[in-house]
Each structure stands twice: as C-alpha cells, then as structure tokens.
Design a protein around this ligand. Structure first.
Ligand code: DHB
Ligand code: MG
Length: 206
C-alpha cells in the first residue's frame, strides 16, 4: 500500500539486526508490527519516559527490540517478552543479544495474560498483540497492571478491514470489535485509533 510504504520510508535507518528481522518476517510470513508501527511504539515509550514495559504476545522479539531501545535510552528498566512458544523465545533472545538490548529484556515462556496476572505491576506501557479472540478477556488484567497515566498499545485494531465486514462473526474479528467497544466506551480510558499498518489503539489509563 502506498501510504504504508511512504510511512516506512520515513523511519530512520535501523540496526542491521532489526532490518534482518524484518526480512525474516517477510520470508516466513510472520506478522511483526513492522517499522512504522515499531518506530511509533519507540517514540511513545520515549515520550512517557517508560522504564517498565510488558508485552503480551511478543513473537520473535521485533516489537520488543523497539521497546527495549526506548527503555534503554530512558535510563534502563525492563521489557517483558512473553510468548507461548519456546522456539520463538529462544530466537528473540538471540536477536536481542545481537542488538545489545538483552540486558533490559526479561524472557518468559507462558500464556501471556496468565503471566501478566502473576507479575507485579505497575507498568508504564503494556503492548497487546495476543490472539485476537483473547483481547477482551485480557483488558481487565491490563487495566489492573497499568499505572495511572500509563499507556496501552493494542495491535491489529483494524484487523485487515475484517471489522467492516458485517458477515464476519469469527471469534478473532468479534474479539477486536469487543475490545474496541470496551475501551472507547469506558471513561477510565482516553483512547485513539491510529491507522498505522493494521491499526494501533493507543489508550491512556486515567
Ligand atoms: C496477524 C497479524 C498480526 O499482527 C498479529 O498479531 C496476528 C495475526 C495476521 O495478519 O494474521
Ligand atoms: Mg499483531
């Protein structure tokens, strides 16, 4: 898409390892957030001076790298990389080590919402990128672990346009719709949907 290519062209040159991760994602069709959304996450994390970030559903560590870079520049802290899959966790470890960012990342293998439930908060930023049918049930746990003024970032909130197809009642599409409704109708959240790549929902916890 023309706008997406343009936005990506505006992202500054990044470390070779990050570019290699983008190539790998393309080659094996793994859904990473991509450079434009990744760079926006980095900017937001720098803006609020976050030191504690929790990722639900981290893949092989691409988004983690952007958050970790921001946390390191903010003076250090911790980014939780949480995936169900041990192989993905190992790959993420390797990538983050090459980037010199593994010192601010904690790698946890497990069901992301369950891990967040048993991890002490509060967090400055929580990034949600788990399976979409799981989004609504994750929200109360996220709300409980985010500090007041903290930022929730949720990926895939446009869901490739499937949310506009009234005939699509699949659990994933319904999960994205319900999550959107829950946040935008709750006065405890101040939110905006930013249509970068597949839609990032940004929401501040009052
Ligand atoms: C897809 C994209 C994502 O960013 C994700 O987290 C899960 C799935 C997809 O395009 O199928
Ligand atoms: Mg995603």
């Amino acid at each position: 898409m023309e706008i997406e290519r343009y936005l990506e062209s505006l992202v500054p040159e990044r470390p070779a390892e990050l570019a290699a991760m983008e190539q790998r994602a393309r080659a094996v069709r793994f859904p990473i957030v991509g450079p434009a959304a990744g760079h926006l996450c980095y900017l937001l994390t720098r803006l609020i001076g976050a030191r504690r970030v929790f990722e639900l559903g981290s893949g092989f560590g691409y988004s983690t790298a952007w958050f970790a870079r921001a946390v390191q520049e903010n003076g250090g802290g911790i980014v939780y990389h949480v995936v169900w899959d041990e192989q993905l966790s190992r790959e993420a470890r390797e990538h983050l080590a090459v980037l010199g960012l593994d010192g601010v990342v904690r790698f946890v293998v497990g069901e992301a919402v369950e891990v967040l439930r048993r991890t002490d908060g509060p967090f400055d930023v929580i990034f949600n990128d788990i399976k979409k049918e799981g989004y609504p049930a994750a929200l109360p746990v996220i709300a409980d672990r985010l500090r007041p003024g903290g930022l929730l970032i949720a990926d895939n909130m446009l869901w490739g346009g499937r949310i506009f197809d009234a005939a699509d009642r699949s659990p994933a599409t319904e999960g994205v719709r319900a999550f959107t409704r829950l946040i935008t109708s709750d006065p405890r959240w101040i939110s905006a949907l930013v249509p970068v790549r597949d839609g990032l929902l940004l929401a501040m916890r009052r």
